[in-house]
Design a protein around this ligand. Structure first.
Ligand code: GDP
Ligand code: MN
Length: 377
């Protein structure tokens, strides 16, 4: 579970990391009052669980409370990468001398935590990491030893950060370990013109397995479907998880869908989602599933992999044919039907003869076709 910036800020403050004074509001009128209490010169920041808010226009400075109200009104109407902005945080404006990046993340491949730090923090950190990897220090952290004062100084020195940042590095580790986080990140951690080290932006991802130990964040504070497609799917009763790839996947049964993801990955493509339509693959469920998967702009091809059991393949095929009446198919669809009444199901799809629909009798063959179609798109 990701936290909002204002929640991350609260955790940082509780662990002794300096943060700007701030208030969260949901209207322009409230923004004006908050800005007044914060001294007038503020930053207005969209509270959405996605990065790159600054580049998207969701982080703006305001010189006085009236300007803060206008800016808040504009940002509150925004949609940042599919996330509607419902609240903004107003923070007292800092005068920045330098921006750094510091964070800890679980490195699953290495089986340990990693400290990541750079003296070139700020909005261009991705470009820095891609073009000047030497400017980003990556240091393993033993989870049992944690970040001692010595270790904190080692990380700061390796990244070329001022020695005064070591205290923040040690405290940030406490945030990770005491709050059950898998990732904590401060970007930017700033040196102000008057010589203070302040955390201006924070990202914290909590370990969902530890939710029971962190009840204050779970209790209604979080929207479990922060991704808009996941929210739409949940509203339709579908078991859908958005992933990063380009092959949309629909199957019946969690185990079959999981193995379909693996087979697609084995063909060198990346799954765009997990979608289990369950046992009753009716026309409506198929139409809902197709419409969710096709509304993902990253999807380049769709693979339907169904093993007919109690729901026979001819019923699934009828479902697909009916779904094609209501959903405009815009991407190639590869269907693999096997199990109960598979031959009848295939005949139904053959008879429909939709130009964008093709069939394969094996899971490997279907995955390979879907991967190639996505690659060609
Ligand atoms: P992000 O784009 O979602 O990571 O949002 P950030 O909170 O990191 O803000 C983006 C950028 O806005 C930062 O890198 C800073 O350069 C700038 N910024 C944020 N807060 C302040 C502030 O108090 N004063 C000044 N001068 N710039 C700020
Ligand atoms: Mn940031």
């Amino acid at each position: 579970m990701d936290l909002y910036e204002h929640q991350a800020r609260q955790l940082f403050a509780e662990h002794g990391i300096a943060v700007p004074r701030a208030e969260v509001v949901d209207s322009a009128g409230a923004a004006q009052g908050a800005a007044t209490r914060l001294g007038g010169r503020v930053v207005v920041k969209a509270q959405v669980k996605t990065g790159g808010r600054g580049k998207a226009g969701g982080v703006k400075t305001a010189a006085d409370p009236a300007a803060a109200a206008l800016t808040a009104r504009r940002i509150l109407g925004m949609d940042i990468k599919g996330h509607p902005v419902r609240t903004v945080m107003l923070a007292e404006q800092m005068d920045i001398e330098a921006e750094f990046y510091v964070g800890y993340v679980l490195d699953r491949a290495a089986g340990t935590f990693l400290a990541i730090a750079s003296a070139e923090g700020g909005m261009e950190i991705e470009e820095v990491a891609a073009n000047h990897p030497d400017a980003v220090a990556r240091i393993p952290v033993d989870p049992v030893e944690g970040v001692t004062d010595d270790k904190a100084r080692e990380i700061a020195a390796a990244a070329g950060l001022p020695p005064e940042t070591a205290g923040v590095l040690a405290r940030l580790w406490q945030v990770l370990s005491r709050e059950d986080a898998l990732l904590v990140e401060v970007n930017p951690l700033v040196l102000t013109t008057d010589g203070r080290i302040v955390a201006l932006d924070g990202k914290v991802t909590l370990d969902d397995n530890a939710r029971f130990r962190q009840p204050r964040w779970s209790a209604g504070a979080d929207d479990p479907h922060a991704d808009p497609l996941e929210a739409e799917a949940a509203a339709k009763g579908l078991n859908y998880v958005k992933l990063d790839g380009e092959v949309g996947i629909i199957g019946n049964g969690a185990g079959l869908v999981m193995s379909t993801l693996d087979v697609v990955a084995g063909c060198g493509a990346r799954p765009a989602n997990f979608l289990d339509i369950g046992g009753g693959a009716s026309a409506r469920v198929m139409a809902d599933g197709l419409s969710v998967v096709l509304s993902d702009p990253d999807v380049a091809s769709v693979l339907v992999n169904v093993f007919g059991g109690i729901t026979a393949c001819d019923a699934v095929a009828e479902g697909i044919v009916q779904a094609l009446e209501t959903v405009r198919l815009t991407k190639p669809l590869v269907v693999r039907l096997d199990g109960n009444n598979a031959a009848r199901g295939r005949a139904i799809l053959d008879a429909r003869a939709h130009p964008l629909v093709q069939q394969s009798t094996t899971m490997d063959g279907a995955a390979l076709s879907a991967a190639r179609l996505a690659d060609a798109a």
